[in-house]
Design a protein around this ligand. Structure first.
Ligand code: UAG
Ligand code: ATP
Ligand code: API
Ligand code: MG
Length: 487
């Protein structure tokens, strides 16, 4: 694509007259630049991409997008916000792929991964080809690709959507993080359905206040489009039981569909019965009321199911297909995943890494635990510090044997993180074992018949980040080995 053609999609940049090279790729990392690339300089959180512009030109970049004047032998187009400009350019460069996909975005503090996976399963059962973008991976049909972010940068996103279009994907389901919304990573994405799960504390390192966090998530609903196209209607799926929904209702021009358990909603779950092997409830929808049985456990799982049901119903998937799928779903990797080696106590690996999710999971376990509950949990380094004492307190409140350990300490001192967790606990003894493998092994070695061991925080993750080292670590494998060794 010619540079001038690409720039015609951009609305706010310094007028530019001069060479009109052919752009063969757009890159934000100088190390990825090839002959013919357009290099976008991003002021990052660690380094400034403008410092790599010269290197990019040396590697073959034929034009540069920057936020300040740069003295380079190629055209430099100045913009106010290069990350946002990049999103618009990426969308244009890849042929506006989201216009050709049914795009569903899911935001909220907890439940995004689970809800997107349920939605994907329902569409697959309805014989649609699906694409999935989120924390665990990117998936196109049955092919999976590794990811660094829950919601990738716009360049990766748009390239992925283009691949989905090329591979005849019908529906793309993605997690939309508050970071992505705030940084404009999803500018240019033409969402058809936006889903809200819930809002509780997380990411205050980035957002500073809950108001800012709530507002950032709300951008997904505000950006759903402001025109009413009967060919392509837009829907906002909102959790009526979460107070933030009242604000999101006011910020969207889309048709609103609500779901809930406590408040009257369009889609509801009534007469919920929970056991250790699953949950049964009346699924109340405008079409019909059906008694549903799922293997997923806990009230929070019912919310995720309701959100998925609403998103699929507005996407015209038959209720029978939706119900059939819910009854089949086994669960999502690392979410309430049971590690069973035939031992006489229960071991659960779960991705709870926020105060609310930890409390929900522990409340659920409390409902069926016959004897003691062990909680092995840590908090990530270089992330929201204010959640540490809260998570410490919750683990101590609901657990009989709370064991604090390292999550991904990253650049922080692991012992200092443990101290911050301990600060939330009063009047109860907690054990702090800095080495995660030792902590898991301790819990498993001391568990007795009927006990439950919850290993929280890392779920599907297959690594542990200590300093700048990424070490192989999988809670499920470590637990499995410890159980086998005990026998
Ligand atoms: C805080 C944050 O969001 N950081 C993101 C950011 O990294 P950064 O700002 O540190 O980048 P940087 O290293 O300073 O580099 C700046 C620029 O210089 C360029 N560069 C750098 C070096 C070089 O030699 N040449 C060069 O051109 C880089 O390519 C980049 O364009 O840009 C990177 C590239 O897009 C992201 O991968 C990275 O996410 C990191 C991994 C991260 O942990 N982000 C978290 C906070 C996040 O976004 N999380 C949410 C999930 C939350 C949830 O699920 O609840 C997410 O969506 O993932
Ligand atoms: N609807 C929910 N409400 C509260 N907690 C939930 C809900 N769904 C899942 N959880 C808990 O949160 C954990 C993370 O779930 P999931 O991975 O689906 O969320 P997520 O929003 O994708 O998280 P992330 O922001 O890290 O990507 C689960 O392991 C479970 O403990
Ligand atoms: N998406 C979450 C993942 C946290 C997972 C936890 N294991 C950690 O490393 O803190 C975040 O970026 O905060
Ligand atoms: Mg996720």
């Amino acid at each position: 694509m010619k540079l001038q053609t690409l720039l015609s999609y951009l609305h706010d940049f310094t007028a530019y007259v001069g060479e009109n090279p052919t752009i063969t790729s757009i890159e934000m990392d100088s190390r990825e630049v090839k002959k013919g690339s357009l290099f976008v300089c991003i002021q990052g959180f660690t380094v400034d991409g403008h410092d790599f512009a010269k290197q990019a030109v040396d590697h073959g970049a034929v034009a540069v997008i920057a936020e300040k004047p740069l003295d380079l032998p190629v055209p430099v187009i100045q913009v106010k916000d290069s990350r946002r400009a990049m999103a618009v350019l990426a969308d244009a460069f890849y042929g506006q792929p989201t216009h050709r996909l049914h795009l569903i975005g899911v935001t909220g503090t907890n439940g995004k991964t689970t809800t997107t996976h349920i939605i994907e399963r329902i569409f697959r059962n309805a014989h649609k080809k699906t694409g999935l973008i989120g924390t665990i991976n990117i998936k196109i049909g049955d092919e999976t690709y590794d990811v660094k972010n829950t919601t990738p940068e716009s360049l990766i996103l748009q390239k992925t959507f283009k691949k989905m279009v090329d591979e005849q994907v019908d529906v793309a389901v993605m997690e939309v993080s508050s970071h992505a919304l705030h940084m404009g990573r999803v500018h240019g994405c033409d969402f058809d359905v936006a889903v809200f799960t819930n809002l509780t504390q997380d990411h205050l390192d980035y957002h500073q206040t809950m108001d800012h966090y709530r507002w950032s998530k709300g951008l997904l609903f505000a950006q759903l489009g402001n025109r009413f196209n009967h060919e392509r209607p837009k829907f906002a799926v909102l959790n009526e039981d979460d107070p933030a929904s009242s604000e999101y209702k006011k910020s969207t021009a889309a048709t609103i569909i609500t779901y809930g358990i406590d408040q009257k909603s369009d889609i509801m779950a009534k007469n919920i019965q929970m056991t250790t092997s699953g949950t049964t409830f009346d699924l109340v929808t405008p079409i019909d009321t059906v008694r549903v049985r799922t293997k997923l456990i806990g009230k929070f799982s019912v919310y995720n199911i309701l959100a998925a049901v609403a998103a699929c119903l507005v996407s015209r998937i038959p209720l029978t297909t939706i119900v059939e799928t819910i009854e089949q779903i086994e669960g999502v990797p690392g979410r309430f995943e049971v590690v069973d080696e035939g031992q006489n106590f229960t071991v659960i690996v779960d991705y709870a890494h926020t105060p609310d999710s930890l409390e929900n999971v522990l409340k659920t376990i409390r409902q069926f635990a016959e004897r003691r509950v062990f909680v092995v949990v840590g908090c990530g380094g270089d992330r929201d510090r204010t959640k540490r004492p809260l998570m410490g307190q919750i683990a101590a409140q609901y657990g009989d044997v709370p064991i604090f350990t390292s999550d991904n300490p990253r650049s922080e001192d692991p012992l200092a993180i443990l101290k911050e967790m301990e600060a939330g606990v009063s009047g109860k003894n907690v054990l702090s074992i800095v080495d995660r493998k030792e902590a898991i092994t301790y819990a498993i070695d001391h568990a007795q018949e009927g006990d439950v061991v919850l290993i929280a925080g890392k779920g599907h993750e297959t690594y542990q980040i200590i300093g700048d080292q990424v070490l192989h670590f999988d809670d499920r494998l470590v637990a499995r080995e410890a159980i086998r060794r005990r026998k």
